[in-house]
Design a protein around this ligand. Structure first.
Ligand SMILES: Nc1ncnc2c1ncn2[C@@H]1O[C@H](COP(=O)(O)OP(=O)(O)OP(=O)(O)O)[C@@H](O)[C@H]1O
Length: 322
């Protein structure tokens, strides 16, 4: 029997090339690989969630989320209650952290071949309040940059639009520490932070090794807290983060958790997979192996090559009791 594929695409993503590319992808999948393909374009916020929910109920074998991290996030939120369909990500956004981490091909023919082979692995899905996330939840310094960049700027400048906004915001935000308290099990600690990142994969916001110990199928979220202090040399910390050598820095707490809550008196908005996702207090958790996702080859999952040698002996603070 022919496998049924639903392509959900956001015509507004990234450089807006999908309008042209998606019919080509359909032709390759149906003519060369004999799959039954239906296409639906999203018309606005949360539409991808609604389409994905319906498509998983209709038992499509494969759901392709074509767009940026925001679109993929919406598709995941629609699929999570019925996870019989496999998810494939066609990366067409500006950043696409999760797809880049998995080395998902952007070339149409290679992508179609990957879908046809349907080599799946079950990935963990995070939960932030009532919203699910595939790659990241974050709050604090620079996390709102993504929402300030206009769709037009992204179309013209791509990733560079984010860098420009980041450079503009960095000096303004650097001296605005946030008081939070974080509760893991029975332990509650107060901290003054610049930002926190909660990651499922190693790559966040285009930084390839920000959560260098993260694995997408270990049932754990990697929490990185960047604390403030009067001696903090933000510029050198920033370069350590780019290189992925930051986790032993005195201002960084790196821990792996299954569930925890962050409270704050301040007004801190949380970014979920690059989209605005509500405010603190918020409880975060992880569902192990929640969604089958199509990947190019299994060995990518065990690939250690992102880690540099000097990170092998780092001190990992494990706050959770397992
Ligand atoms: N037809 C549409 N027109 C405008 N926006 C849309 C449409 N369909 C969906 N959206 C919204 O566009 C937002 C951004 O989408 P997405 O993340 O896919 O692209 P992007 O922002 O260009 O990529 P990236 O997150 O990698 O920068 C999502 O919040 C989604 O709900």
């Amino acid at each position: 029997m022919k496998r049924r594929v639903k392509i959900i695409y956001n015509p507004d993503s990234g450089r807006k090339l999908l309008q042209k590319d998606i019919p080509k992808l359909k032709t390759i999948l149906s003519d060369e690989y004999h799959m039954m393909v239906d296409i639906e374009a999203t018309e606005g916020k949360h539409h991808a969630t609604e389409i994905a929910f319906r498509s998983s109920q209709e038992e499509y074998d494969i759901i392709i989320a074509a767009g940026g991290d925001g679109t993929v996030n919406e598709v995941v939120n629609g699929m999570i209650s019925n996870t019989k369909s496999s998810l494939a990500i066609y990366p067409a956004g500006t950043i696409n952290d999760f797809a880049t981490h998995l080395k998902i091909p952007r070339q149409l023919r290679k992508f179609a071949e990957m879908v046809y082979n349907e080599n799946t692995t079950k990935v963990d899905i995070g939960k932030a309040g009532d919203t699910y996330f595939l790659n990241v939840a974050a709050g604090g310094l620079l996390t709102d940059v993504a929402h300030k960049v206009s769709s037009d700027a992204k179309t013209v400048l791509g990733k560079f639009a984010y860098y420009l906004e980041g450079i503009k915001e960095f000096p303004k935000q650097l001296f605005r520490p946030i008081k939070i308290s974080i509760q893991i099990g029975n332990i509650k600690e107060e901290k003054e932070i610049l930002f926190f990142v909660l990651a499922n994969s190693k790559q966040v916001g285009g930084f390839k090794k920000i959560a260098s110990e993260a694995k997408i199928n270990d049932g754990l979220l990697d929490l990185i807290l960047v604390e403030t202090s009067h001696i903090l040399d933000a510029a050198s910390l920033f370069f350590l983060i780019i290189k992925g050598n930051h986790i032993n820095h005195p201002n960084i707490t790196y821990t792996q958790v299954k569930e925890f809550t962050i409270y704050s008196d301040g007004d801190l908005t949380i970014d979920i997979d690059g989209e605005l996702g509500g405010k603190l207090p918020m409880t975060f958790s992880i569902i192990k192996g929640a969604i089958p996702i199509i990947i190019p080859e299994k060995k990518i999952l065990n690939n250690d090559s992102y880690e540099s040698k000097d990170q092998k002996h780092f001190l990992l603070t494990r706050l959770d009791i397992r």
